[in-house]
Design a protein around this ligand. Sequence first.
Ligand code: IMP
Ligand code: MG
Length: 179
Amino acid sequence: MLDKKVEDLKVLFTKEQIENKNIELASKINEDFGPNEELVVICVLKGSTIFCCDLAKLLNMPVQMEFIRVSSYGNAQTSSGHVQAIDLTLPNLENKNVLIVEDIIDTGCTMEFLINILCRTHKPKNLKVVTFLNKKMARKVDIEPDYYGFEIDDKFVVGYGLDYEGYLRNLPYIGYFEN
Ligand code: IMP
Ligand code: MG
């Protein structure tokens, strides 16, 4: 059961700010890849589902969507630092343009793990990373995304795919609980 009240959430980014940011991000990605280069978009479940679908709709090249699932948080609000691969099933990505789509990069451990696996086992032609939120200050490994929506402080945020103990992913905005 959710032990917090949605009414207590402070809004960090509104639905409108999110929509505008997605248009901005997609236009950069469209420009970088061009309309004729095929792109494999890898959605990292579960957190990036909503962002990934919104972004994919704004891309104008032929897009193939793939889904993988990893876990690093469990139910705690701080990153455990070790990444658990739950489902990394992917088609052959050799010589393909690949875009990993994340909801948030926090310590960077998840992204480091994914980049290592993809480069080692798939040898893509081009591998880029987009994350909606970038908690730069919380980084424990040297990983930076190619594109990000907003940089945020080291606080626990929910909504727009991001969960608190499995809840609140469906909120159309991003918010946080003030302690
Ligand atoms: P990292 O491996 O520490 O970079 O963490 C990445 C994953 O932790 C993200 O993909 C999220 O699923 C989760 N995460 C990190 N920060 C938050 C947050 O503030 N709210 C909800 N989930 C988060
Ligand atoms: Mg995630």
